[in-house]
Design a protein around this ligand. Structure first.
Ligand code: A2P
Length: 274
């Protein structure tokens, strides 16, 4: 299992979780059940994924005590605004068959809507009610994080953004680190595409006798990130979790640092994406 790392609200989160996009209910139920059996204790979903029912079924079918599994969901633009956010979480809990989520995120800031601050204030109320134990955001830039704190006086526990060695998001991570916000990485292994073929990563993989995906996930872990790799294949799930018993050295981290395509490659917060 993954070690726990502390959040700014006094709780602790497993440092690696299972991503579930784009699994449907049946696929998610199977994947979550397999992952929990393998030793995962952290599962990431979203209303928009359309698989909360399956995720909840997998968690319940595992037979694990509810408090042993970290469950995250996110509410997208349809659920921004006070009443919509409350109804949104109540709907997600009903779909999942759970009494609470461990972490509730604003899926995308949608700054043109001007509602993320009031939505987050509502999330704080949902946390008070015990329906979400921690609250945070996703796909926020440093500017959105700053505006959120200025408008609400609240600091999210996490910001979940797309990160891999080619898009390391230094500005968002620096802001988060200064404010005690944990950064989670979605699509941490570049959706299993070209990234894993990169010669620098293959070379480091060979040096450690590990797979390229394990090298990339270890890169996330050593920077205090919380990667959320998706897999529905038990063998790859197992390998992806098995990254807590080796260490990349400074030279290897520097070689991975060279894969960066620049600070702002591919950032677009004003769309309701996955
Ligand atoms: P699969 O579900 O068949 O394992 P990301 O989390 O970065 O979005 O990547 C998810 C994609 O990467 C999925 O297509 C997944 O396929 C694939 N994948 C997951 N783990 C590995 C791995 N260890 N090696 C190669 N591909 C992987």
């Amino acid at each position: 299992t993954a070690p726990l790392i502390p959040l700014n609200d006094g709780r602790s989160i497993p440092q690696l979780g299972l991503g579930t996009w784009p699994l449907d209910d049946d696929g998610a139920e199977r994947a979550v059940l397999d992952a929990l059996e393998i030793g995962y204790r952290h599962v990431d979903s979203a209303r928009r994924y359309g698989n909360e029912r399956g995720v909840g079924r997998g968690v319940i079918a595992s037979g694990l005590p509810r408090e042993d599994v970290w469950v995250t969901t996110k509410l997208d633009g349809e659920f921004q605004g006070e009443d919509r956010a409350v109804a949104g979480l109540e709907g997600s809990l009903e779909l999942m068959g759970l009494d609470y989520v461990d972490l509730l995120l604003i899926h995308w800031p949608l700054p043109a809507r001007g509602e993320y601050a009031s939505t987050f204030r509502t999330f704080a109320g949902l946390r008070e009610r015990g329906l979400a134990r921690s609250i945070g955001v996703s796909n926020f830039t440093a500017e959105h994080l700053r505006a959120l704190e200025q408008e609400t006086g609240l600091v999210p526990a996490v910001n979940q953004i797309q990160i891999d060695p080619t898009i390391p998001r230094e500005a968002q991570r620096a802001y988060a680190a200064e404010h005690g916000i944990v950064t989670q990485s979605w699509s941490p292994i570049g959706q299993g595409g070209d990234l894993l073929q990169h010669p620098a990563i293959s070379a480091i993989a060979e040096e450690h006798g590990r797979t390229p995906a394990q090298i990339v996930l270890r890169w996330h872990v050593q920077q205090g990130l919380v990667p959320l790799p998706k897999s529905q294949n038990p063998e790859r799930m197992r390998a992806n979790l098995d990254v807590f018993d080796f260490v990349l050295d400074d030279a290897q981290l520097a070689r991975l640092g060279e894969l960066s395509q620049g600070p702002d490659a591919g950032v677009d917060s004003d769309v309701d994406g996955h």
